[in-house]
Design a protein around this ligand. Structure first.
Ligand SMILES: *Cc1c(COP(=O)(O)O)cnc(C)c1O
Length: 295
């Protein structure tokens, strides 16, 4: 009997169509995108087309997208990069207690370096308290970093409200959207998001490739020094096959979004009902409505 895999929050299987799109960049098109001759220009074009695809889906400009090695690097770059950049304005960061380690450990590291971090709690449904968030804001707050959807229970945070609060107080708002991208529509303008992390392997793309959106005008220090790649913000010869795979996986996810979510939701509801029937005293963690379809 084949294995039944039930942990698509940890990672997903790479889609065959995605692998097919990547293959030419592993086997044939090996040019360095920084080279000015033909084979370099070809891979440059593939990267910039992929950047356009990501930008269109998030409703931002392609010049606001940076490719990274994944969700962890995107979170580190945004949080450290923004914290360091705006240190003269203040050293206070607000986050939540339920963030992924990519955010929590980054904040802990910044605390060791002299930053002050406030960790906001969540209610019994796993949703952060907006009053607690507002009360945590100080004159020295430069960054709010709150995840879009939780990786354990799938609850979705009130992102638009957080974005509005941040904007009102002239604070930069970063969101770890690694669990949300590919599963729901995200418009960074409508939601007032200044910075956002995503990772391809959570939506049927390859591992080791992600992206970071940072709104034009929001400055951040780079973590990886070296060449001029990613407009001087992330040195290193680009993972072209990965980038092409990320864009393809994203495109496929949004092409089939409603249909896929409906199917997943009905499977999930069936599963929950069956479990409830068999085990009457079961308790489901997290808000039952404000959550990702698959959680
Ligand atoms: C998986 C995950 C990450 C880390 O992404 P990687 O690409 O594995 O580094 C960060 N945040 C959340 C919410 C995740 O689910």
């Amino acid at each position: 009997m084949g294995m039944i895999y039930l942990d698509n929050n940890a990672t997903t299987k790479t889609d065959e169509e995605v692998v097919q799109a990547m293959m030419p960049y592993l086997l044939e098109n090996y040019g360095n995108p920084s080279s000015i001759y033909k084979i370099g220009r070809e891979t440059r074009k593939a990267i910039e087309e992929s950047r356009e695809t990501v930008a269109k889906i998030l409703n931002c400009d392609s010049s606001e997208i940076y490719f990274t090695s994944g969700g962890s690097e995107s979170d580190n770059t945004a949080i450290k990069g923004i914290a360091y950049q705006y240190i003269k304005k203040g050293n206070h960061i607000i986050t939540s207690k339920i963030e992924h380690p990519a955010v929590l450990e980054t904040c802990k590291q910044l605390e060791k370096e002299g930053f002050e971090v406030s960790y906001i709690g969540v209610d019994e449904n796993g949703i952060i308290n907006l009053e607690e968030l507002k009360n945590a804001i100080k004159d020295t707050t430069t960054l709010i970093t709150i995840m879009f959807a939780n990786n354990e229970i799938g609850t979705i945070q009130p992102i638009k409200e957080i974005g509005e609060i941040a904007k009102e107080h002239n604070i930069i708002f970063h969101t770890d959207a690694v669990q949300a991208v590919g599963n729901m529509r995200i418009d960074v303008q409508d939601l007032h998001i200044d910075s956002l992390s995503l990772s391809a392997h959570k939506f049927y793309g390859p591992k080791g490739i992600g992206a970071l959106y940072v709104r034009k005008g929001v400055l951040f220090q780079r973590l990886i020094d070296g060449g001029h790649q990613e407009r001087n913000k992330r040195a290193g010869t680009e993972n072209i096959a990965g980038i092409v795979g990320l864009a393809k996986a994203l495109e496929l996810a949004y092409q089939n979004l409603d249909e896929h979510n409906e199917k997943i939701k009905s499977l999930k509801d069936y599963y929950i009902n069956q479990v409830k029937e068999k085990i009457p005293y079961i308790k489901i963690n997290g808000d039952l409505e404000r959550r990702l379809p698959r959680k």
